[in-house]
Design a protein around this ligand. Structure first.
Ligand SMILES: Nc1ncnc2c1ncn2[C@@H]1O[C@H](COP(=O)(O)OP(=O)(O)OP(=O)(O)O)[C@@H](O)[C@H]1O
Length: 300
């Protein structure tokens, strides 16, 4: 379990993370979303024990992580910008990891050769960007971490490799309750992988929910009524976060319980009424719109 309590981090005068509370349950996969510069990387680096929080605490398995060698051996962090020792081959880097991570599993490393299929005598800096990312996963997953922290991990991986890596992650989560936190802008991917979602904006956590609850709480509906007054009646009763007109049909993004929404809309006898599936990307955009980070049609 990862727990952040009232965590704040500043760089000079700028507050990158502001009074954040997050709990990532053991064995769950948590997707950390947010606008550019929201503070995701800063928060992940504090979770990995790289940055010290200004105030508040970050613990893993109830132990503060900063400068704690014992707990850091259970944590693997794959940053958005990868670093390997210059000139090292995969085998040499694996040896280095083996000396640091006490849970390193050589047989796992060998088994994962079937997934990654890269010659371990190759120098890492001569591999392609995507192949280097594969090596980062290969090494991290061979450390058998209790906690895996991933910052923009999917970029540069081809679709087949993404699926293979997802399968290995799911296996580790199911078999040994590995806890995973992933920051990504690829919401399609996050939707596939994660069971919990946190959304950050300007250093704050503005939404934290189970993905299923988030989906159950936000709906996209398509309605048409005989008169505008009928539509106004339902809009007044619903929590509408976005509204647009497509011909005679209105598309509304509405928060609340589905049964309640259906009851309110049907009370005005619509001649069109559909509930449409809402993607995580759409939910993200509407949540961000609520805190003033909206899509605008900017013509220059
Ligand atoms: N080492 C640093 N020194 C000074 N300021 C920093 C440093 N790292 C991050 N920041 C600032 O902290 C804020 C949060 O940055 P961070 O990298 O955590 O955002 P992010 O959510 O990961 O963004 P993105 O999605 O663009 O990668 C930004 O305003 C950034 O300029």
């Amino acid at each position: 379990m990862i727990e952040a309590k009232s965590v704040t981090k500043k760089f000079h005068n700028e507050t990158a993370v502001r009074n954040i509370n997050i709990t990532v349950k053991r064995g769950s996969i948590y997707g950390l979303l947010g606008s550019n510069g929201a503070g995701k990387t800063t928060l992940l680096k504090m979770m990995a024990g790289i940055y010290r929080p200004e105030t508040g605490t970050i613990s893993i398995e109830d132990v503060p992580v900063f400068e704690n060698v014992f707990i850091k051996k259970k944590v693997c962090y794959i940053p958005d910008t990868l670093y390997f020792f210059p000139q090292n081959t995969i085998a040499q880097m694996a040896e280095y990891y083996q000396n640091i991570y006490s849970e390193w599993d050589a047989s796992r490393f060998n088994t994962l050769k079937r997934v990654f299929q890269i010659d371990t005598d190759r120098k890492i800096h001569k591999l392609s960007k995507g192949m280097q990312r594969q090596v980062a996963f290969w090494l991290a997953l061979s450390c058998m971490p209790s906690v895996l922290i991933l910052d923009e991990p999917i970029d540069g991986l081809d679709p087949v490799m993404r699926q293979k890596i997802k399968n290995v992650l799911f296996q580790d989560v199911a078999d040994r309750e590995m806890t995973v936190i992933i920051s990504s802008h690829n919401l399609r991917e996050i939707e596939d992988i994660c069971d919990h979602i946190g959304i950050m904006h300007q250093g704050e956590l503005i939404v934290e929910k189970e993905l299923d609850d988030l989906k159950a709480d936000t709906h996209k509906i398509q309605v048409a009524f005989k008169s505008e007054l009928q539509e106004k009646h339902i809009v007044d009763q619903l929590e509408v976060v976005h509204q647009e007109k497509r011909g005679s049909v209105s598309v509304l993004i509405v928060k609340g319980e589905e049964s309640n929404i259906k009851r309110i809309v049907r009370s005005e006898k619509p001649f069109v009424f559909d509930i449409l599936p809402l993607t995580l990307e759409e939910m993200f955009i509407y949540e961000m719109g609520e805190v003033g980070y909206e899509i605008e049609n900017i013509l220059l």
